[in-house]
Design a protein around this ligand. Structure first.
Ligand code: DAH
Length: 338
């Protein structure tokens, strides 16, 4: 039997070395190393040997098994390497047309925000940002809105403690900027703001604003109209008209809201503009002298204007979107249109 095993081992090593493909190798593996293969048979037949012969035969068979296994492993590796080369050589067809990758793009609000920033930066405004978790003082107090001021009711504030809140607008950045630099000041502040509003077609509890501020000697309401008029022209096009309506904000005096003529009915009046022909796009006004007092600017020497707009609202007006919630639902059928 010992010779038979030696012969089988030699035969196996030869056959593994000659195997030219994975299928052939597998056939040889089953033949020698399989559950019912030759080596398994030898092991089984040990039972028929005499007790003295058994240990010697067992060792010979196991040694043979190790050698055969090694020959198999080598053959397997050799065939795998050969296949790789073949696959690499055969599967790369240089004449195939390339295929394109699915590309993402910026969110419509990000695009509109970028456009707004570009327009103001071109007019000389610098970009400044401030914290979203803000002190009551910056969000309200310094903006001429003390604790019992009725305008606070409109803001539905998320309070974190008595003095700390989620900013309800980007206007507190005005105060931070004026506290840190002397006039002339010409900044815009893009960022997120929060209000305790339930989401509906025109409200989200978290939304985006851009604040603007220009302060120097001799800044007038005419400058405000020129800057915001130019902004509206660039954002919405030459054909749209603008108008200013008196309004109230605690931190500006006089205060106004700017409207643009409705793009759907060209100002004749339709459902979109509730029959008025106009759509409100932002709040603005001349910085209140009390605000200058709060930041240590000389109210006799300096004047300035400020404005604030909602980016989602601008995007809705620009693209004719009638529900602000679409911006945060992440429905690709909506987002892919921009
Ligand atoms: N902060 C105001 C708001 O969120 C918008 C605003 C109005 C900002 C007038 C201003 C301004 O700077 O002058 O409704």
């Amino acid at each position: 039997m010992i010779e038979e095993v030696a012969e089988a081992k030699q035969q196996a090593v030869k056959e593994f070395a000659s195997a030219s493909c994975a299928e052939e190798l597998e056939r040889f593996r089953i033949k020698y190393l399989g559950k019912r293969g030759l080596l398994a048979m030898f092991l089984k037949s040990i039972g028929k040997l005499s007790t003295e012969e058994r240990p010697g035969a067992g060792k010979v068979i196991n040694d043979a098994k190790v050698s055969v296994q090694q020959a198999f492993d080598e053959a397997k590796e050799r065939i795998a390497v050969a296949n790789q080369g073949e696959v690499a050589a055969s599967s790369f067809d240089w004449t195939l047309p390339s295929y394109s990758f699915a590309r993402g793009h910026l969110h419509p609000c990000t695009q509109v925000m970028d456009d707004v920033i570009d327009i103001f930066v071109e007019m000389g405004f610098k970009v400044e940002t401030g914290p979203e978790v803000e002190l009551d003082y910056y969000n309200f107090g310094a903006l001429n809105t003390p604790k019992e001021h009725p305008a606070r009711d409109l803001h539905d504030t998320f309070y974190i403690s008595d003095d700390v809140l989620l900013r309800t607008h980007t206007s507190p950045v005005q105060i931070r900027v004026m506290e840190s630099v002397k006039p002339p000041v010409q900044v815009i502040s893009p960022g997120v703001a929060y209000r305790r509003d339930a989401a509906d077609p025109t409200h989200l509890p978290m939304f985006t604003q851009v604040e603007g501020l220009m302060v120097d000697e001799g800044v007038t309401f005419s400058n405000l109209k020129a800057v915001l008029g130019e902004f509206a022209r660039q954002m919405f096009g030459e054909e749209r008209k603008t108008r200013f309506r008196p309004h109230y904000f605690p931190f500006t005096e006089p205060s106004a809201e700017m409207d643009i003529s409705c793009g759907i009915c060209s100002g004749k009046g339709c459902r979109s503009c509730k029959g008025t022909g106009w759509l409100e796009i932002l709040g603005c006004g001349m910085v209140h002298p009390n605000v200058f007092d709060n930041v240590g600017y000389n109210r006799e020497k300096y004047t300035g204007f400020a404005f604030g707009m909602g980016i989602e609202r601008i995007a809705m007006l620009k693209y004719g979107i009638d529900d602000i919630r679409l911006f945060v639902e992440n429905d690709l059928r909506f987002l892919k249109q921009f």
